[in-house]
Design a protein around this ligand. Structure first.
Ligand SMILES: Cc1cc2nc3c(=O)[nH]c(=O)nc-3n(C[C@H](O)[C@H](O)[C@H](O)COP(=O)(O)OP(=O)(O)OC[C@H]3O[C@@H](n4cnc5c(N)ncnc54)[C@H](O)[C@@H]3O)c2cc1C
Length: 459
């Protein structure tokens, strides 16, 4: 039984970790209440951040060299798959003004440090622009006028970046995991986590010996891994200090292939991922406010995301939650809750500048996609200290940037799982259980914040 592992959640964190642990000789069973064997991760109404057409791949992380390096490690793996799950469309990072922002100059510095600077093109830099022409990237160094001004926004075209086809990647890794021997139990009853099985030892200390699913079946295992994304606090309330759910606003347009001009213009061959920082850093040094767009998919979907405000959804917290604010915590809402008008207006403003043809086009669809925000944007991948015998492990806290790491995340998580403080991964210290870390990154705001949707009752 010691070599058996339960993993709850078949999203990116669960899949990647399950596969890596199976490869390390464990017998891994993955549980998910969504039946991905039926929809192949293709039902975009499902509440899981990993179930999505596309996510940005980037290695640009300002001063955070550890993520830059992890992203480049992942990029190699994506490319080695040779299956187009990673699309090297490039990414155009448009600045709030005609000057480069601090985050961008930090990124340029760290790219230089790792010998990657030649893969980035700064608009207006004569050497960069002629290199872009030589390499055929100049068509993606698009220029956008600053409204009400004679000048254009400063920008950097990053050719290390692009997008991943997210749902298709999950499906690919799900199949790979099955081939490696991972067992999957899916469904609202059979696959849905109900409770942890606790065995009390040494007085107060508890050991987790497995989990019960909604159908009443007990599944015993040496370690139970919770990788349930933004739902994780509801499964293991000890996490409630460390992570919080918040809604990212997403809107989509649909282009018809018969509209050849738009179809070609917004194809990944001609159009990069674009992110636009609406504003520079705030007084506290935090990067705020961006909107991003993807090139169209093969189905003609153009997806735009607004990261200016990540909306919280505070609800009464259960009595056993380790942490709450005014007795509440923020958890994902159902699909009926749609992004508020302020978010849609911000997206519309972005569209008027960057996709002018769609200025007055009604959205094809809008939705919330739920982030798992952590205290500091670092993931939380570690044993839960309140349970003995290394019986409970968490793997979550994607904070809006975990998808790109799918091919490598699990290997680093498995290193931590196996070797604890002796793990070789440089990510160990960043992903540790951080009881002493201050509650920051917006998690300190609580239910009285204007970000709280339940305060505004926008349903
Ligand atoms: C709006 C938005 C934009 C993002 N953009 C990017 C990006 O551009 N680039 C990037 O790299 N990353 C991005 N991310 C982050 C990335 O999507 C996440 O880090 C990643 O998908 C999280 O995966 P996960 O496995 O932790 O969670 P999820 O994908 O949410 O998976 C959790 C799984 O747990 C299951 N589950 C939940 N409760 C239970 C239960 N009780 N029983 C059984 N199963 C359960 C769910 O069904 C789900 O399948 C973005 C995230 C959001 C929200």
């Amino acid at each position: 039984m010691e070599k058996s592992v339960n993993v709850v959640g078949a999203g990116i964190f669960g899949l990647s970790t399950a596969l890596a642990l199976q490869e390390q000789g464990y017998n891994v069973t993955v549980f998910d209440r969504n039946d991905y064997s039926k929809d192949n991760y293709g039902n975009f109404e499902i509440q899981a951040a990993s179930v999505d057409q596309n996510k940005i791949f980037r290695a640009s992380y300002g001063k955070k060299l550890h993520y830059q390096r992890l992203a480049m490690e992942a990029r190699e793996k994506w490319e080695a798959l040779k299956n187009d799950l990673f699309v090297p469309s490039g990414m155009l990072r448009v600045q709030p003004t005609e000057h480069l922002g601090v985050l961008e100059t930090e990124t340029l510095g760290n790219m230089e440090r790792d010998g990657l600077r030649h893969r980035l093109f700064v608009k207006g830099d004569v050497n960069d622009e002629s290199r872009a022409i030589e390499q055929g990237w100049d068509r993606k160094l698009l220029k956008f006028s600053i409204p009400g001004s004679e000048t254009t926004f400063a920008e950097v075209l990053d050719t290390t970046a692009g997008l991943i086809r997210c749902s298709e990647s999950c499906y690919y890794f799900y199949k790979t995991a099955i081939n490696a021997g991972v067992k999957f139990i899916f469904g609202q009853d059979r696959g849905c986590f109900d409770s942890l099985i606790r065995e009390r030892i040494n007085g107060n200390e508890a050991k987790i010996t497995g989990l019960c699913t909604k159908d009443g079946v007990s599944h015993h295992a040496g370690t139970t891994v919770i990788a349930a994304g933004s739902f994780s606090t509801q499964l293991i309330p000890e996490l409630s200090y460390h992570i919080e759910s918040s809604g990212g606003s997403v809107a989509r347009f649909k282009v018809n292939p018969s509209d050849k001009i738009l179809w070609d213009k917004y194809s990944p061959e001609n159009f990069p991922v674009i992110t636009w920082k609406i504003a520079g850093r705030d007084a506290a040094g935090k990067d705020v406010g961006s909107v991003y767009v993807f090139p169209r998919t093969e189905d003609g979907i153009i997806k735009i995301g607004y990261r200016g405000v990540k909306y919280t959804h505070f609800q009464p917290a259960p009595k056993n939650s380790a942490y709450s604010q005014n007795g509440q915590w923020s958890i994902p809402a159902g699909p009926q809750l749609k992004p508020p008008q302020t978010a849609l207006d911000a997206i519309r403003h972005f569209v008027s500048i960057f996709l002018p043809e769609f200025k007055d086009t009604p959205y094809f669809s809008t939705k919330f996609c739920w982030y798992t925000d952590s205290l500091d944007n670092e993931f939380v991948i570690d044993y839960v200290p309140s349970y003995s015998d290394y019986s409970s492990f968490v793997c979550t806290g994607g904070s809006g940037h975990g998808a790109k790491f799918l091919p490598v995340l699990g290997q680093h998580a498995a290193d931590i799982f196996l070797n604890k403080d002796k793990a070789q991964t440089p990510l160990r210290s960043f992903w540790k259980w951080r009881s002493d870390a201050p509650r920051k990154n917006g998690l300190e705001e609580g239910p009285n914040s204007d970000r709280n949707l339940t305060k505004k009752m926008v349903i």
